[in-house]
Write a protein that binds this ligand. Structure first.
Ligand code: CTP
Length: 398
């Protein structure tokens, strides 16, 4: 995701500097070209040798030495982004005041690229009015501030002020600076949440689906430029992300009507809703009163939305279904691919801890129509959504 990107990493004197070593490693691994500048006090926490070895570039820390003057102007112009991580309280104050007594500050003042900072400090320093004022000043210059984490601090206290984790910093850069809008101009249909099938005016048959996975997919598709039509069952979750139009439905029949209306205009559809397979054959007009000892309910099959979309699928349209199984998972997932004429089936197993209804994480295996089977680790649903959309994009443009 960072292929060919030029990242200038400025490290300042903070215990969080040890995490910067991992930032360099992750960026290089992701294809970025990394150059590192240090403040004098950063060298008390990390060595130039480690950083130059990992970045495969010389590390700059002095404005000049006996032999040469370091060209901070060219460094700032070379970079696609300057990332200051960690940003100490001291460097923050100097940046806000326009001071220029070291290489990091000189580079910052002459940088023509976007500047992103990842602060790290103790909680009381973080909440001090001067810190707030200095950060607001940086933001007023157009610099971006990566939110700090809450947790254990160098002082031994627990609170706000930890530098964001390296993986989260890379994600921030990707989301805010290098987002690929590879789905620009595409219309994407997404279903999410459960359906409620009414028995009478007060009762329904439903399921435990929260809708979180489908909403995360809709948000990821929108972030990547798609115009998303989200058909959302009765979920308590919602999204206000740009680029998503929500149509609220209650029943499988309403979801079917909404989806079949949108599908002919869409480039892709992701059916992540947990649609009821059966619905009460009759819906009582009034509340059903208890009379007999037992009560028999007649149910009728609902329309198979994924299957119907599969039948209507045109060349160039891509269809993704979900499978939630408890036994013979792989066989069922593969059968579902064929039966529904889908291009991708995302299998999540109820046997996996942390996967499925209600959790914030999910563990999936993706089955593709050309036989690919790709297992993923358990991850937050936002990251799972990214993995799914990556496979969609890969297949759309294959
Ligand atoms: N689905 C659908 N319409 C339905 C039921 C399910 O579109 N009436 C979609 C779901 O959104 C999901 C996929 O079908 O993408 C798989 O759901 P599942 O209930 O496992 O599919 P079934 O074919 O009903 O599976 P089974 O044979 O196990 O009943």
């Amino acid at each position: 995701m960072f292929q060919g990107k030029k990242i200038l990493l400025a490290i300042t004197g903070s215990i969080a500097a040890y995490k910067s070593i991992l930032i360099v490693r992750l960026l290089v691994k992701a294809g970025a070209e990394v150059r590192v500048v240090l403040t004098p006090s950063a060298k008390d926490f990390v060595t130039p040798l480690t950083l130059s070895t990992l970045s495969k570039n010389p590390v700059v820390s002095e404005l000049f030495n006996e032999q040469a003057w370091s060209n901070h102007v060219m460094l700032g112009r070379w970079a696609d982004v300057m990332l200051v991580a960690p940003l100490s309280c001291n460097t923050l104050a100097k940046m806000a005041a326009g001071q220029c007594d070291n290489m990091v500050l000189a580079t910052y003042l002459s940088a023509t690229c976007p500047v992103v900072v990842a602060p790290a400090m103790d909680e009381d320093m973080w909440h001090h009015p001067t810190t707030r004022e200095n950060l607001a000043k940086l933001e007023s210059f157009g610099n971006k501030v990566i939110p700090v984490d809450k947790g254990e601090l160098a002082s031994g206290l627990n609170g706000d002020g930890r530098m964001a984790e390296p993986e989260a910093i890379l994600q921030y850069l990707q989301d805010h600076l290098f987002q690929t809008r590879d789905l620009e101009g595409k219309i994407a249909l997404v279903t999410a949440g459960p359906t409620y099938e009414p028995l009478d005016p007060v009762r329904f048959i439903g399921n435990h689906s929260s809708g979180k996975m489908g909403i995360a997919i809709a948000e990821e598709l929108a972030r990547r430029g798609a115009q998303v039509e989200l058909v959302l069952g009765p979920s308590s979750y919602h999204t206000q992300a740009k680029g998503i139009h929500i149509q609220r439905v209650q029943t499988a029949e309403e979801m079917y009507q909404a989806c079949t209306g949108i599908w002919p205009t869409a480039s892709l559809a992701v059916m992540s809703a947990a649609v009821a397979d059966y619905s009460p054959t009759t819906k009582a007009k009034e509340k059903i009163k208890k009379t007999e000892e037992s009560f028999t309910l007649e149910l009728t099959r609902t329309k198979d939305i994924l299957g119907s979309l599969g039948k209507e699928k045109q060349n160039g349209q891509l269809l993704v279904g979900f499978a939630l199984e408890t036994t013979n998972e792989k066989d069922y997932a593969q059968q579902k691919l064929k039966k529904k004429n889908a291009d991708i089936i995302v299998l999540n197993s109820l046997n996996d801890e942390g996967a499925g209804f209600g959790y914030d994480t999910n563990k999936i295996t993706i089955f593709e129509k050309d036989g690919n089977e790709i297992p993923f680790n358990r991850k937050p649903k936002q990251e799972v959504a990214r993995d799914i959309v990556d496979r969609i994009v890969n297949m759309l443009y294959a």
